[in-house]
Design a protein around this ligand. Structure first.
Ligand code: DON
Length: 309
């Protein structure tokens, strides 16, 4: 039996919140530097529609790298796995998310997986549409389906802040373009990618997306199969092997669920066959994962035996 009461969850949140003191909010994207490092909230969404939550769960945050799982699900649905995995690999890197190191040694320059920035840029490049805006609207429409919430949009200020400072992602994109892995103007790709990363939601909405992945791509509340079972499986597998970057191995041992983090402090966790988790805690550890969010998941995993291993 998992946590059924918000009161019970609040107890774990207050225990994990102490760890926010040991983390730091991301400020390499200046807009993210304004977050309150002591925030910590969690929502759990069950397939029957119930939510259990604790903390300020209505506070919005940007998805950042969590969006990489969603864009991957979209391009896999549009193009199929053979096309996508011809351009981006399936292996963890053990390197930081924005590293260029392994890309240089790959022939052809194929990013090792879609959860690192190089791989995510190749995936975003595959989003179809006639213009950057049309492609972005396509991704947003997919998120509207996943959340069953048509109000979700992006934070223009955060997108602009990242766009103005995204030189490392530009460097990765130019490298990929030189090696034929992308064939559009780098500025277009960076515009689309920074908007994608700036899509904004709260823990309740994130938990709902996680629940769809947990339930093999189906939203049991609406009865809609939003992602195929096979694509949900592929995405969850990447979440296990690469979702927490170069902390994925430790996360698998200590917590043991498919999860994806973002530098805004969000974590999306999908407990297979059971429920979805959305967490927001902007103080990060040195690998870019929410420090208190990880602690909270560790407490929950131990208490309720969540590990799938
Ligand atoms: O590309 C970037 O640097 C950010 N938009 C996203 C990075 C990120 O969230 C990595 N997460 N832990």
């Amino acid at each position: 039996m998992f946590c059924e009461s918000s009161k019970e969850l609040a107890h774990f949140v207050s225990e994990a919140r102490a760890f926010t003191n040991q983390g730091k909010v991301a400020d390499y994207i200046p807009a993210l530097g304004k977050a309150n490092p002591h925030d910590l909230s969690i929502a759990i969404k069950y397939p029957d529609g119930r939510y259990v939550s604790a903390g300020d769960v209505k506070k919005k945050f940007t998805l950042q790298s969590i969006s990489k799982v969603i864009s991957l699900a979209l391009v896999l649905s549009d193009h199929g796995p053979d096309y996508v995995f011809d351009k981006v690999g399936m292996e963890p890197t053990g390197d930081p998310f924005n590293s260029i190191a392994k890309l240089e040694n790959m022939v052809p320059a194929k990013p090792l997986n879609p959860m690192i920035n190089a791989g995510a840029l190749v995936v975003t490049h595959m989003i179809e549409g006639k213009s950057v805006d049309a492609r972005f609207q396509r991704l947003l429409a997919f998120i509207h389906d996943l959340t069953n919430d048509y109000t979700i949009d992006y934070c223009e200020q955060t997108a602009q802040s990242e766009y103005e400072t995204a030189d490392l992602n530009r460097a990765l994109s130019y490298f990929l373009k030189q090696h034929g892995q992308i064939d559009e103007p780098v500025e277009h790709l960076i515009q689309l990618y920074t908007k994608q990363c700036a899509i904004e939601m709260n823990c309740l909405q994130l938990a709902r997306i996680a629940m769809v992945f947990a339930q093999d791509g189906k939203d049991h509340e609406t009865g809609k199969q939003i992602i195929s079972k096979d694509i949900a499986r592929i995405c969850k597998t990447f979440m296990v092997t690469c979702g927490m970057y170069n902390a994925s191995g430790e996360f698998a041992i200590k917590i043991g669920i498919p999860a994806k983090s973002g530098v805004s402090g969000g974590i999306m966790g999908a407990v297979p066959g059971k429920f979805g988790i959305g967490i927001f805690g902007p103080a990060l550890d040195d690998k870019g994962n929410s420090i208190a969010g990880l602690k909270l998941l560790e407490l929950l995993s131990k208490n309720y035996s969540l590990s799938m291993f």
